[in-house]
Design a binder for this molecule. Sequence first.
Ligand SMILES: [Zn+2]
Ligand SMILES: [Zn+2]
Length: 148
Amino acid sequence: MQKAICAKVLSIKCGDCIGKFHKADFSADEDTEFAGHYSLSCSNCGGVLVFVADENIERQGEEGIKRYAENKFRNCNCGGRYIFSFTKITEQNIDVPKDISFSEFRKLYKAPIVKHSCIFCNSFNTIIVNAVKPENFKKKYTLEYSKD
Ligand SMILES: [Zn+2]
Ligand SMILES: [Zn+2]
């Protein structure tokens, strides 16, 4: 069986420039399988390129990953540019009363908010309009995997 190249592909729409793009999502896994995996989004055809960043690049944070990837994988086959979308994770603070049970805590718990930056205008005012499996995404768009 062929290894999955990402968990899902997100369709993201920007609330500021109304641009739309796709981004691979690796969060559904249990950490290790997709460690170091990131994606670039084509600004033209909606295609996605998945790549792996080694530890040296990851240490530079997303700015470094963006620089590395956009330099290395400049253009999509359609002629459009590959652009890196940043991910911002915000923990939601909740007031947890002392001495509550785990099940009570779970009711109060709010998952962190994950925001993706727009590849066209860099705004984080984006929403995920859809999330599809890679095999379904590939029926309409290109989903490439870079080995190096
Ligand atoms: Zn935008
Ligand atoms: Zn393209």
